[in-house]
Design a protein around this ligand. Structure first.
Ligand code: NDP
Length: 484
């Protein structure tokens, strides 16, 4: 059974442990100790105590400790990748890449924070100094979802620590086991700087959000839970950083490279069984090229290899749980009964008796009112709809509560320029969807979130800003009392 990591020690709770399930086989692969609100108290107290030394540590020394986290990630790369596949079902091939990418993220923030402390600005008078000083916030609560337990944790942890904060992490229930295994990456840090606790979102997660000593909540997850966190954080006017759901559109213009657009749509729709916040969930295709595009999408989709993440050849891996698969299937059935055509998939693969697989699904004949075109699906479903042209596609892309990612396939620079400016999304891709860059800010507009992870913006979000006005020469000012 895996323990929590609190104040530099492995801690077991008294409650029944939580079993780790392999989504490909439905077998139990491990157990995690199951925390409670009491562990939030001890973890936050430890983080609060650790903060005073951690914030004062010279930036270069802190950077050295963060580079050591990156080194540990690389040392344990294979073991972590295998465990991620065991508990999330995701492809081992991709997981190896995500571990390396997480290491790069720690290296990046270790260095970035050494170069950034604020700025000097001109003062009203020459005898004065005006400083914009950036300081850490204090204890940060990081709440992470199950689809990318390491990567999305890293996007919070690396900038938060580099900025001088201490952190209490609550992973998703479904991925508690693999997340507790990350403790070995932090054993060299001073006690209390990083704490990993388990427990349900409703109890442990909410206590972390409402704890008076937690100054910021960095959350990735569903829009509904994000809204609740924002309400709960309002009482203490806490900083909240929210990376939420999406319904990402992809537009294919008549001038696009159709073959590339079709391949990219299939990949970006079905990667990690569609359980990616920036999965392509709506494809709008110019009517002039709709038919050849759709034929190509169907041709590629029917050849996809559905199988366990442990097989590097598997392209569409299982979903995380049967409940999540049922939600996806309900959306497909609802669309079908409202007149949509399920051209491929829309069912559990007949040869997969075990595991939470769902066939890659292509749907057409859609209306914007159908849930599959409005609500996040979070499964391997690709809805494809014809449009009269770029303007209609742009208008329909923006007609959504969400604004996380968006992709345009075109060879026309004028369309790209208009799209860059007018698409309502935080992450905009042209001819190459879903590509993140550790130096490029990632986040959503509208109900897809608040704040940005990665890049300089990702560091800024974990810092408080002070303006300091310093009269160096001192002395009385003519505008003070008594007026003369
Ligand atoms: P949830 O919102 O259900 O859960 C996310 C995390 O929040 C989990 O750790 C969960 O714990 C915790 N939580 C649940 N309820 C509360 C609460 N009341 N207070 C505090 N914490 C709580 O999302 P999922 O884990 O199901 O993840 C899928 C969602 O995440 C999708 O909607 C997806 O779009 C979004 N996502 C967004 C990304 C982005 O960057 N914008 C990236 C990846 C995913 P527990 O598991 O114990 O319930």
């Amino acid at each position: 059974m895996r323990a929590m990591w609190i104040n530099g020690k492995y801690v077991f709770a008294e409650a029944e442990p939580y079993p780790a399930l392999n989504p490909a086989t439905e077998e139990v692969v491990g157990e995690s100790t199951w925390g409670s609100e009491e562990h939030v108290e001890t973890a936050v107290a430890a983080a609060k105590t650790a903060f005073s030394d951690w914030r004062r540590m010279p930036a270069a020394e802190r950077a050295g400790l963060l580079h050591a986290v990156a080194r540990r990630l690389r040392q344990h790369l294979e073991e972590i990748a295998v465990e991620l596949t065991l508990e999330t079902g995701r492809s081992i091939r991709k997981n190896r890449g995500y571990v390396e990418w997480s290491a790069q993220c720690f290296d990046y923030y270790a260095e970035l924070a050494r170069h950034y402390r604020g700025r000097l600005i001109p003062s009203p008078e020459s005898s004065q100094l005006s400083v914009v000083l950036k300081v850490p916030l204090g204890v940060v609560g990081a709440i992470v979802p199950w689809n990318y337990p390491l990567l999305l944790l890293t996007w919070k942890l690396a900038p938060a620590l580099a900025a001088g904060n201490t952190v209490v992490v609550k992973p998703a229930t479904y991925t508690s086991w693999v997340s507790l295994g990350f403790a070995k990456l932090f054993e060299h840090l001073p006690p209390g700087v990083v704490n990993l606790i388990t427990g349900s979102g409703r109890t442990v997660g909410e206590r972390l959000v409402t704890h008076p000593d937690v100054r910021m909540i960095a959350f990735t997850g569903s829009t509904e839970v994000g809204q609740r966190i924002m309400r709960l954080a309002a009482d203490d006017v806490k900083h909240v950083h929210l990376e939420l759901g999406g319904k990402d559109p992809l537009i294919v213009c008549r001038d696009a490279d159709l073959d590339a657009a079709a391949q990219a749509s299939v990949w970006a729709g079905f990667l990690n069984a569609g359980q990616v916040c920036t999965s392509v969930e709506r494809v709008y295709v110019d009517r002039e090229v709709y038919s050849p595009f759709l034929d190509r999408v169907l041709e590629i989709t029917c050849r996809l290899v559905v199988g366990p993440g442990s097989d590097p050849e598997s392209e569409v891996t299982p979903m995380i749980r049967i409940e999540e698969r049922d939600k996806v299937d309900a959306q497909v059935r609802q669309a079908e009964s409202a007149g949509a055509d399920v051209l491929l998939g829309g069912r559990v693969p007949p040869d997969k008796k075990k595991g939470y697989y769902y066939e890659p699904t292509v749907v057409t004949g859609l209306t914007e009112e159908m849930a599959v075109m409005r609500e996040e699906t979070f499964g391997p479903v690709l809805p494809v709809a014809p449009v009269s042209g770029f303007e209609e596609a742009l208008a329909r892309s923006n007609k959504s509560h969400y604004g996380l990612g968006a992709t345009l396939f075109t060879t026309d620079a004028r369309k790209v320029k208009q799209y860059m400016e007018e698409i309502e999304a935080g992450n905009v891709w042209v001819n190459d969807p879903l590509i993140d860059n550790v130096a490029g800010p990632f986040g959503g507009m509208k109900r897809s979130g608040l704040g940005r992870e990665l890049g300089l913006e990702g560091l800024e979000d974990f810092l408080e800003t002070k303006h300091i006005h310093w009269e160096i020469e001192g002395g009385r000012k003519p505008w003070w009392y008594p007026w003369t």
